[in-house]
Design a protein around this ligand. Structure first.
Ligand code: 13P
Length: 256
């Protein structure tokens, strides 16, 4: 099933607004839950409240990060063991964490393996910077990120593994990637995943596009043959806009 994930990032700043937002998308998302797996990914403090709104709706919940150990002296960190009864998914290796918090490929690999071992689904983010894109080295950068990030994964993990291709220059910039570039990169990712865990298992791994996705441009991505959905940032903070993205996505995949 295609996956449509709403990464709220560090928004909204109070719980009432978070609950209003999730209530605003729930009606539409629930109505399409048989065709699109919708995942709402709020900041940690709103996970519990949002989970109560989503209860029994078929709409899933995710966290934006996790640590690679299950417990111990790691101040400020949240472990997969703590998340697994609360949510189904976790984002790992988002470019904002790589850029602002120094997250390395090795850390991403450890987090991915730890989350999978706790039965969480993992949305592992990869993507090149503008400099790489301009220099024509996107393929090398993305390949290296995928190889390193999957270093501790096996074929058994494939059904719960999602790779989100998010070119960093497309995130929050309004400059979404052209579908041809997205397609070529997703094809490359699929091939590398196949080399890492076997071609059969790789077919079960879902690959998403992310970066300035909105209702008016989502169709061109979800129509791509290798695209299994999208990861949405800014546009997921507007209930009407996100509901419109859900509708377009459900319609396109409903016709496949
Ligand atoms: P925008 O949709 O705001 O570009 O963010 C994309 C993103 O980073 C999702 O994880």
């Amino acid at each position: 099933m295609p996956l449509l994930a709403a990464n709220w990032k560090m928004n909204p700043t109070n719980e009432d607004d978070a609950l209003d937002l999730v209530r605003g998308v729930l009606g539409v998302a629930r109505g399409h839950a048989d065709r699109v797996e919708v995942v709402i990914i709020p900041p940690f403090p709103w996970l519990l409240g949002v989970s109560e709104v989503l209860d029994q709706s078929g709409v899933k919940l995710g966290a934006q990060d996790c640590f690679w150990e299950m417990s111990g002296p790691f101040t400020g960190e949240v472990s997969p063991a703590m998340l697994k009864d609360l949510c189904q998914w976790v984002i790992v290796g988002h470019s904002e964490r790589r850029l602002y918090l120094g997250e390395t490929d090795e850390m991403v690999a450890k987090k991915t393996a730890a989350a999978l071992s706790s039965e969480l689904g993992v949305i592992m983010c990869v993507g090149e910077l503008a400099d790489h894109y301009d220099a024509g080295t996107s393929d090398e950068v993305v390949s290296a990120q995928v190889k390193a990030g999957l270093a501790r994964c096996s074929a058994d993990d494939s059904a719960r593994l999602v790779i989100a291709y998010e070119p960093v220059w497309a995130i929050g910039s309004g400059r979404n990637a052209d579908p041809e570039h997205a397609y070529k990169t997703m094809r490359l990712i699929r091939r590398i995943v196949g080399e890492m865990i076997g071609a059969g298992a790789a077919r079960k791994v879902r690959i998403l596009y992310g970066g300035s996705v909105k209702a008016s441009n989502v169709q061109q991505y979800v129509e791509l043959p290798l695209c299994d959905g999208v990861l949405v940032g800014g546009a997921s903070l507007d209930a009407e806009e996100f509901a419109a993205i859900v509708k377009v996505t459900a319609e396109v995949y409903g016709h496949r």
